[in-house]
Design a protein around this ligand. Structure first.
Ligand SMILES: *Cc1c(COP(=O)(O)O)cnc(C)c1O
Length: 343
């Protein structure tokens, strides 16, 4: 049986969170002499610590309750907070499936938590037989599942994920940074079925706001309360909240950009497959393509010479580079550069 309190670190359970000046008075009109702010200026006031307006927009967009939403300074903040809430440094463990997003590793190392990496199968799927025995380890507190996965671009099998959710008494974090590009259904719909499920999404990719640093976590109210308890009081600036609020208020533009990226991805995939130096283009449900080439490290640096920057993923998947889908003119430049390398 999953018991949330039993996996929360003792110091976090005992923690008296910082009570910010704006926790006590909820109104917006008043004479605010409580927070030692400067009375002059336009960005002089501390932002809403709980991002109420943004959460209410996201709640209706995603069909969840505001109390099930946490907003972080990028989803990277959510990952770090999860380690700090659930993993006792030098004692507890986390697990993920490789190759995947590099931040789980970095964040685990910063928090002195050992991260077990189970290789995905040849078709980049979870090997259930390899994970199942590990789920009983009482020191294992978090499992990270990135779906659609970075850098492979595929979604991970629903059955394999459900098996983990059902058989693991720790937290399962499904990182859906690329879900808006994918035809697959989000795990948000399962939030009420699994008390150990956390879903992460971000404004950095499909919403086009990587510079603003706004990440989302969706989970039970109890998990959200823990994230709120541990976060820095004003973790999302007023500028960032406004940028995200503006984006979610203009979903027509969002849809239009998504369609364009999808069309461009298909065109790019077809064009890449015709090149002699391309061995294979993996199917992708994200806004990037994992491309196997004849020599990734050489082609990667030849592209840099032509001022085209891709991601050399040779160390993760042999001879693969990861290419983000750009504008039509950027994609054309990439193809021209690759043809130059071929000739
Ligand atoms: C890009 C990306 C993110 C985004 O992180 P932010 O901190 O929100 O910018 C999260 N997870 C994965 C797998 C990514 O590729």
């Amino acid at each position: 049986m999953f018991n949330l309190q039993s996996i929360v670190r003792n110091n976090i359970q005992a923690l008296l969170p910082y009570s910010s000046a704006r926790d006590e008075f909820k109104g917006t009109s008043g004479v605010f002499l409580d927070a030692n702010e400067n009375p002059f200026g336009t960005l002089n006031r501390y932002p809403d610590p709980y991002q109420t307006d943004l959460k209410s927009k996201i709640a209706s967009l995603k069909n969840v309750r505001s109390e099930q939403i946490f907003i972080g300074n990028g989803s990277d903040e959510v990952i770090d907070l999860a380690f700090r809430i659930f993993c006792q440094p030098r004692e507890d463990k986390a697990l993920t499936f490789s190759p995947t997003y590099g931040m789980y590793d970095v964040s685990a190392a910063i928090n002195e938590v050992s991260l077990t990496k189970i290789p995905l199968t040849d078709s980049f799927q979870i090997d259930s037989d390899a994970v199942l025995p590990l789920l009983k380890d009482s020191f294992l507190k978090i499992i990270f599942i990135c779906s659609p996965n970075n850098p492979t671009g595929n979604t991970l099998s629903k059955n394999a994920i459900e098996t983990i959710l059902k058989n693991f008494n720790g937290i399962v974090i499904i990182d859906e940074a690329y879900i808006d590009f994918s035809p697959s259904e989000s795990w948000l719909r399962k939030l009420n079925d699994y008390p150990n499920l956390m879903v992460c999404q971000t404004f950095s990719k499909a919403w086009g706001l990587a510079a603003a640093r706004v990440g989302m976590a969706f989970a039970s109210e109890e998990i959200i309360r823990l994230l709120n308890k541990v976060k820095p009081p004003y973790n999302v600036s007023e500028l960032n909240q406004k940028a995200a609020l503006e984006a979610v208020s203009n979903t027509a533009q969002f849809q239009k950009n998504l369609e364009q990226i999808k069309t461009q991805k298909e065109a790019l995939q077809t064009a890449l497959q015709e090149l002699k130096l391309v061995v294979k283009v993996y199917p992708s449900e994200a806004n990037f393509l994992l491309v196997e080439v004849i020599n990734a490290t050489k082609i990667y640096s030849d592209l840099v010479t032509q001022k085209i920057i891709t991601r050399n993923r040779n160390s993760l998947v042999a001879n693969c580079i990861r290419i983000s889908v750009g504008t039509p003119s950027e994609n054309k430049k990439l193809l021209t550069a690759l043809k130059n390398i071929e000739s």
